[in-house]
Design a protein around this ligand. Structure first.
Ligand code: NAD
Length: 445
């Protein structure tokens, strides 16, 4: 098929190169000239495992091309994907300005029938708005379909190639939905064809449930710290229940971040409110998530007292490993809080450094995880990159001024850290500083 992808960010670029890899002819459009110039040279503007290889292979085979203008691209296209951003607006609703501008551009450039597919995460009813916007500029026939994306940054190519499911929503043109389904048929994944508003809701409901699982286990972790239970084992035991499932998002830590969960949870709360259906559980999910980031600062203050002038090392800035995306990353809130308290932050992240420097120009970025520890009063572990798990702990200890580690991602075992002589705090695993079980835990044993 001839495919056009409008918006070449994390989702659009993956969509474009993966469809090209399946043998389709793909044109990716983005208004960001610098991004398009890099892509034309085979350089990916994002860090995502495997993406550059796919990009270069399909550029060479002339199955994918990049441009800054929609003009002339839509001629002969079978499918046009909208994959632009839908950030939160000031009130926490999804801001549709990019989607609607895109619809306007499509309307102005459409000359013949095409299937317009909304892949951006959008509030219920946006499909209809896109349709009306296009129709304002183009009076010919076209279809608007919803096809939400579920890939995860860090494993985006694999997720795209082997999706758990393909969701397609249509309003009045079932044939267009089925044709779109054919584009994905080689993937062999279960496909649900439904109405457009249901498809839009499936995306928000899915992300919101995953976020709920994270806030749920973080709430459990707080109780674990009081009663002496180990949250990782609690989660392990829970996941053995098939109704909960082995892949449940029950990892206690600093909470969720990134470009999707925070804005999608916030948007669904607003969608509920706008429709007279309060979503109290989700409001609490959001509150727990934000306070989880403050807890590590509180624990740090308990250890060090006044943080003014203290040197704090920080491992990991990206909102999760295997990506350079720092949108709504816990590290941002934590760095902000530390700077407000007068601490000097020394950070390291193998791929997200360049992005964070745009927000915190004064932040000291070190060359390695070890360098961060030189003379540090304490170390915070914020993103669970694999390289941190393999680090030489003796070397870390010898570099630090005081051997205090606050692990927001539970990457080390408390017993091991005690044996190395660290004062080690993690999430929901209550060993006290001397490494003995806390009093309440002893009472339960
Ligand atoms: P992004 O911000 O990385 O990329 C959006 C791109 O669209 C940018 O490159 C921007 O320059 C471009 N753009 C904006 N307006 C344009 C226009 N009129 N014409 C052409 N290009 C335009 O966003 P993203 O992370 O790829 O997310 C896109 C959508 O997919 C969002 O709705 C998001 O919620 C959803 N989504 C994202 C992920 C993810 O992991 N990032 C996963 C699933 C769904």
């Amino acid at each position: 098929m001839k495919v056009v992808v409008v918006g070449t960010g994390y989702v659009g670029l993956v969509q474009g190169v993966c469809l090209a890899e399946l043998g389709n002819s793909v044109v990716c459009v983005d208004t960001d000239e610098e991004k398009i110039e890099r892509l034309k040279k085979g350089i990916s503007p994002i860090y995502e495992p495997g993406i550059e290889e796919l990009l270069q292979r399909n550029l060479k085979a002339k199955r994918v091309s990049f441009t800054t203008s929609l003009k002339g691209c839509l001629k002969g296209s079978d499918v046009v994907f909208i994959t632009v951003g839908t950030p939160s607006d000031e009130d926490g609703r999804a801001d549709l300005k990019y989607v609607l501008k895109c619809a306007e551009d499509i309307g102005k450039n459409l000359q013949e029938y095409s299937i317009i597919v909304n892949k951006s995460t959008v509030p219920i009813g946006t499909g209809e708005m896109v349709k009306k916007t296009i129709a304002r500029y183009y009076d010919g026939d076209f279809s608007v379909i919803s096809n939400p994306e579920f890939l995860r940054e860090g494993s985006a190519i694999e997720d795209w190639m082997k999706p758990d499911r393909v969701i397609i929503g249509y309003s009045d043109d079932k044939e267009a939905a089925e044709n779109l389904g054919n584009l994905y048929s080689a993937l062999g994944s279960p496909t649900l064809i439904t109405n457009i508003v249901t498809a839009e809701m499936i995306k928000y409901a899915s992300n919101s449930l995953l976020a709920t699982e994270i806030s749920f286990i973080n709430s459990i972790s707080r109780i674990c710290e009081k009663v002496g239970a180990d949250v990782t084992e609690v989660a392990e035991g829970m996941k053995l229940d098939k109704r909960i499932g082995a892949n449940a998002f029950l990892t206690a830590g600093l909470g969720y971040g990134g470009s999707c969960f925070p804005k999608d949870v916030s948007a669904l709360i607003k969608i509920a409110r706008d429709n007279g259906a309060e979503f109290k559980i989700l409001e609490e999910v959001e509150a727990v998530n934000l306070s989880q980031r403050q807890r590590i600062i509180q624990k740090l203050k308990k250890e060090l007292g006044n943080l003014k002038g203290k040197k704090i090392g920080l491992w990991g800035i990206a909102f999760k490993p295997e990506t350079d995306d720092i949108r709504m990353a816990p590290a941002i809130t934590i760095i902000e809080a530390l700077e407000d308290l007068g601490a000097q932050v020394y950070a390291f992240d193998a791929v997200a450094g360049e992005n964070v420097q745009k927000i915190f120009p004064e932040l000291v970025l070190e060359e390695s995880a070890i360098d961060v520890c030189e003379g540090a009063d304490a170390l915070l572990i914020v993103t669970e990159w694999d390289e941190f798990k393999e680090i030489n702990l003796n070397e870390i200890k010898s570099k630090m001024k005081s051997p205090i580690i606050l692990d927001g991602r539970n990457i080390f075992s408390p017993e091991k850290m005690r044996d190395y002589g660290f004062i080690y705090h993690s999430v929901g695993r209550p060993l006290n500083q001397k490494g003995t079980k806390c009093k309440k835990q002893q009472a339960y044993l």
